[in-house]
Design a protein around this ligand. Structure first.
Ligand code: SF4
Length: 138
């Protein structure tokens, strides 16, 4: 599992930008893990372009984000992409980069990016394959 957590250094505690208007894509494995907690796919997933499935937003934030307590309600079981964030894969440049929208991105070292990049790339490949073969979770 990734060493990264939401709120990497605490600087986004009041905002949680990554859980606001999220565009996080889920794999079948992600969806199955969350469903095993008792959630229904139709409640937390939405189908977007090219057959990908993203977390649904409710009132401007991720379905699983609790604005009162400012926590993720499925933190231990959150999608793999949430674990790697703010490290994302730039398909055009074919490399891992940091999402500049994340206020904690400056705290992530090159070494951390290097360590986790192969997993991020693999996840992107899996998401693409599932979408291409009509095997996305929604
Ligand atoms: S699943 Fe959790 S960590 Fe991921 S966007 Fe939703 S609230 Fe944030």
């Amino acid at each position: 599992m990734s060493p990264f957590v939401c709120n990497h250094d605490g600087s986004c505690e009041e905002i949680r930008l990554c859980c606001t208007e999220t565009e996080m894509t889920l794999s079948r494995e992600d969806a199955q893990r969350i469903e095993s907690l008792g959630y229904k796919k139709e409640d937390f997933l939405v189908r977007v372009m090219a057959g990908f499935c993203e977390l649904k937003n409710v009132d401007g934030h991720c379905y699983f984000y609790d604005p009162e307590s400012k926590v993720c309600r499925i933190y231990e079981n959150r999608p793999e992409g949430c674990r790697y964030y703010p490290i994302i894969y730039d398909a055009r440049k074919r490399k891992c980069i940091l999402d500049k929208d994340c206020p904690s991105a400056v705290t992530v070292s090159r070494e951390e990016i290097r360590k986790v990049c192969h997993r991020v790339r693999k996840l992107v490949e899996t998401l693409r394959e599932e979408a291409a073969h009509g095997e996305s979770p929604c």
